[in-house]
Ligand binder design. Structure first.
Ligand code: RB5
Length: 150
């Protein structure tokens, strides 16, 4: 059973519950990293913990949800190795896998409807990375990250 992590803030909490159930129906082992209710929280706390789980390879990929998806996008993409992609349509969900090898799916709980969000998740999970010229471009991001460390 493939593992997947999911987290949100309060504005993404309802959609997180729906997507978590959907992932279980698809036979994923879901690590729900919180929050456990819809009380107001700060999205960085939940974005950081999910990004760390992916970077540390505790899970191969994750889903994060806030109100717009913007706050979570800013947070998770600060982590080298995270390729977080904000999706609110099916075309982007497909291309962010084929071209960008997305490992964190980001959605806005106040932006996408529940049924659309499920289809975004389904396509994102099932679309393989195309490699080739796209891998070359990702390698440039990896090199850039390394240059910041030295
Ligand atoms: C919370 O009100 C909201 O600011 C947050 O969910 C997110 O949309 C931030 O980018």
């Amino acid at each position: 059973m493939e593992k997947i992590a999911i987290s949100s803030d309060h504005a993404g909490y309802k959609l997180k519950k729906i997507i978590s159930t959907f992932l279980k129906e698809l036979d994923y082992q879901v690590d729900d990293m919180g929050p456990q209710n819809s009380e107001s929280v700060d999205y960085p706390d939940y974005g950081i913990s999910l990004a760390q789980a992916v970077v540390e390879r505790k899970v191969p990929r994750g889903v994060v949800i806030c109100g717009t998806g913007i706050g979570m996008s800013i947070v998770v993409n600060r982590f080298p190795g995270i390729r977080g992609t904000l999706c609110s349509d099916l075309y982007t969900a497909k291309l962010c896998r084929e071209h960008n090898d997305s490992n964190v799916l980001i959605m806005g709980g106040r932006v996408v409807g529940h049924d659309l969000a499920k289809e975004i998740v389904r396509i994102w999970l099932n679309t393989p990375f195309k490699g080739g010229r796209h891998q070359k471009r990702i390698n440039k991001i990896i090199q850039f990250d390394k240059s910041l460390k030295s």
